[in-house]
Structures are given as C-alpha cells and as structure tokens.
Design a protein around this ligand. Structure first.
Ligand code: COA
Length: 261
C-alpha cells in the first residue's frame, strides 16, 4: 500500500479507512493533504477488494478545513498558479463525491470550512451531537467557494444562504436536522453507528451500490419526463446482471446472497 505523509490509509477486510492525520493543526488540509486524499480516493475507486471507505480524522477534531497558512501562501502565487491550486482542491472533493465505492464519514470535534465541505461530499456522514460545523469562511474574509456545490447539493440553497453569509457555527444535532449528516449521536455511540452503516452497505450488492450512486448523479438533473428513458434502461440492464440474478435467487431461495465469488 502507498505511503502517505498526511493521511493514514488502512484496509480492514473490505473496509478502507482513510484518516486525516495532521492532529497538531486539527487536520487542516494543505496541498499535500489535497493530493494525498485525491490519490487515496482514486485508488479506492479502482481497487476491487475495497467495498466501503470510511473517512475520519485523528486527534481532537475531524478537520479545521483549509490550512490557513497554506491559503496565505497560495494567495501570494501568480494568479494562474493560485487558481490551479484551488482547482486541485475542487477535484479532490469531486474524487470523494464520485468515488465508485460508498464513502462514510465519522465526524467528531470540529468540522469547519472545508471540514463541513468534506462532510457534504461523502455519501453518509455520522457525527457526535456536540461536534461543531460551520461555513466559517466569511469570518476570515473569504467564501466557501470550492465546497459550495457539494454543500448546496446536500443542504439546499435556502440553508446555504443563511449559513454561508453568517458563518455561524452549528452543532451536530443541527447538522442532522438540516440533512448535512445522517445522524448525530452521543460520542460513545459514534463508532457503533458508523459500523451499522458499513454493515448495511456490505450486505448490499456491490455493483448495485455503485450503480445507485451513478443513478442519483444521472437522474438528479432530469425532469420527471426526461428521466423515463434513462431509468427504464437502467433497471432493464441492472436486473439482467449476474449480481441481480444472485440477489433474486437468494431471496426466492430463502438464503443470504453470495455477492463475491
Ligand atoms: N489552518 C491552519 N492552522 C490551524 C487551523 C487551520 N484551519 N485550525 C487550527 N489550526 C492550528 C492552530 O493555529 C493551532 O496551532 P498552534 O498550536 O501552532 O497554535 C493548532 O492548530 C491547534 O488549534 P487550536 O485553535 O489551539 O485548537 P482548538 O482545539 O482549541 O480549536 C478549532 C480547534 C478548529 C476550533 C480552531 O483551531 C479553529 O477555529 N480553527 C479555524 C477553523 C476555520 O475557520 N476553518 C476554515 C478555514 S477556511
């Protein structure tokens, strides 16, 4: 497995754990983190043995967002290089959102700025009730630009208008209420909650899970009418796959499906 400086990547059976590992700066991300996360998620997408990715952070907090010392350095670069760095960060978020494997985030402590962005980019997020989120960029005189599409897709334009403009911090419980995370739980229950989601994902057909993710992306922007040829073709193809045959015959034969092998 690839060696990284700022993240830890460890496989536990079919589950790949990716842990942000700059606890001394609350897992703030700089150019190295951006490029390592991009590589790790690209590898997770293509590695057949990986069925689920769990993203978490070492130390006191999940992530304090972009590293402000790095942001300051980027601002001093010539315009084009400054913009290229921002685009690399945007592509890193995209590599998480588009990872062909389901991505679950485990959030604790703080998830501010880009930390809230990472939470929005994953498929399922679970957090502690008292952890703190926030699109705090305006407090620093900037805007949550790169993460805005991911955040707005998850919480909607109306909520983004309030949260981007005030930069206010909000609790895990509030994050659950607005749909940024699936559930906020007491800290002692967080790992159990993440495991439960991982077990649900592992019990589903791997190709079907990947296809569901693609389906959401494809159908999200279509009208109800325009969706019909897309969705009917989709199910016609999917129900003829070996995985679907196994799923149907397992159900009808009253046994568990054997997804692999
Ligand atoms: N970029 C760079 N360094 C950061 C950072 C960031 N986003 N967030 C924290 N750090 C550094 C601090 O400067 C501090 O460094 P030091 O030990 O050299 O003084 C260290 O991480 C620990 O931070 P500290 O504030 O002492 O820890 P805390 O646990 O009391 O608070 C936070 C954690 C996350 C609440 C607080 O650090 C914070 O508000 N960070 C900024 C978050 C933010 O607005 N991010 C948006 C970026 S666009």
């Amino acid at each position: 497995m690839h060696r990284y400086q700022t993240i830890e990547v460890a496989a536990q059976g079919p589950v790949l754990h990716i842990r942000l590992n700059r606890p001394e700066v609350r897992n703030a991300f700089n150019g190295t983190v951006v490029s390592e996360l991009q590589q790790a998620f690209a590898a997770a997408s293509t590695e057949a043995s990986v069925r689920v990715v769990v993203l978490s952070g070492n130390g006191k907090s999940f992530s304090a967002g972009a590293d402000l010392a790095w942001m300051q350095e980027q601002a001093e670069l010539p315009k084009e290089r400054n913009q290229e760095g921002a685009e690399r960060m945007a592509r890193m978020f995209l590599s998480i959102a588009r990872c062909s494997k389901p991505v679950v985030a485990r959030i604790h402590g703080h998830a501010l700025g880009g930390g809230t962005g990472l939470t929005a980019a994953v498929d399922l997020a679970f957090c502690t009730e008292d952890c703190l989120f926030g699109l705090t960029e305006v407090k620093l005189g900037i805007v949550p630009a790169v993460i805005s599409p991911f955040v707005m897709q998850k919480i909607g334009v109306g909520r983004a208008r309030a949260l981007f403009l005030t930069g206010e911090r909000f609790s895990g419980a509030e994050a659950q209420r607005i749909g940024l995370v699936q559930r906020a739980v007491p800290e002692a229950e967080l790992d159990g909650q993440v495991q439960k989601a991982v077990d649900e994902l592992l019990s589903a057909g791997p190709a079907a899970v990947a296809s569901s993710k693609e389906l959401i992306r494809a159908v999200g922007s279509l009208s109800l009418e325009d969706a019909i040829p897309v969705t009917s073709k989709w199910i016609a193809e999917l129900r003829a796959t070996p995985e679907a045959r196994e799923g149907f015959s397992a159900f009808l034969g009253k046994r568990k499906p054997n997804w692999i092998g």
